[in-house]
Design a binder for this molecule. Structure first.
Ligand code: ADP
Ligand code: MG
Length: 245
């Protein structure tokens, strides 16, 4: 179906022991859409992303990809994993590899690309994120903002259908934040589907098609950026956004 959402999260639940961290999360993400997830610390944002990319196994509900359940089908699950990329707060680059190798090697090992193809793709993406002058550097020679731009290029190199970002700028010095946000804005304009957990409200307002506010493990409110930032309906949303005025 042409208008089917790319990802459908249906009544998703996640508990750790007796502690239910996510309760009945329902979220559809359309192809090409940019969805930002906001909410206070501990509200379940990271857990939601980690369940969407199956770093964690949901304890209830389902996730559909192109309309098909991925939790009930091993084969779909492995295809899905390859199509969902993630960018972490802590970059997670391979510190023993150069910048170029970081972006090349996963293409070779996971996607079985030959070295020449992987290199050409890596160079192209590193150029797009402004990191082509640093291809021979090791991660520990880079600033946090530079590392994060390499991590974004590495995620893109796997040709994901959707990229998840978990507070990609939270570990950065303030002067690095804009470089990474600008890189993400450029990526959003390419039509890539993105789900972004962020505390950068101005960025979320500008880049998102939809904003989801999480509170205590539920989606308390969701809407367009203008609705959520300009005319929030729930008291919890209003209270949360006050801090960012
Ligand atoms: P956020 O990203 O919004 O700050 P998290 O998703 O990290 O929130 O956490 C939501 C809740 O889930 C918190 O109460 C946290 O302590 C709990 N939690 C997250 N991961 C685990 C885990 N692996 N084991 C137990 N509790 C966890
Ligand atoms: Mg988090």
């Amino acid at each position: 179906m042409a208008n089917e959402p790319l990802i459908q999260v249906k009544n998703l639940k996640k508990a750790f022991g007796n502690h239910e961290v996510l309760t009945n999360i329902n979220l559809d993400v359309n192809a090409g859409e940019v969805v930002s997830i906001i909410g206070r610390s501990g509200s379940g944002k990271s857990t939601l992303l980690r369940n969407i990319n199956l770093l964690e196994t949901p304890t209830g509900g389902d996730i559909l990809f192109h309309g098909k359940s991925i939790l009930s089908d091993e084969e779909k699950l492995s295809t899905y994993r390859a199509k969902v990329g993630m960018v972490f707060q802590s970059f997670n680059l391979f510190n023993n590899m150069t910048v170029l190798q970081n972006v090349m090697v996963p293409q070779q090992t996971v996607l079985k690309r030959d070295a020449a193809t992987a290199k050409a793709h890596a160079l192209d993406l590193l150029k797009q994120v402004g990191m082509d002058p640093f291809i021979a550097a090791k991660p520990d020679q880079l600033s946090g903002g530079q590392e994060q731009r390499v991590a974004i290029a590495r995620a893109e190199a796997m040709d994901p259908e959707v990229l998840l970002f978990d507070e990609p700028t939270s570990a950065l010095d303030p002067e690095m934040v804009d470089d990474v946000l600008n890189t993400m804005t450029a990526l959003a304009h390419t039509g890539l589907t993105m789900i972004i957990v962020t505390h950068e409200m101005a960025f979320a307002r500008e880049v998102s098609d939809r904003v989801v506010f999480m509170n205590n493990g539920v989606i308390a409110e969701a809407g367009t950026p203008d609705q959520i930032f300009g005319d929030p309906q729930q008291p919890e949303t209003k209270e949360f956004l006050k801090r960012y005025l």
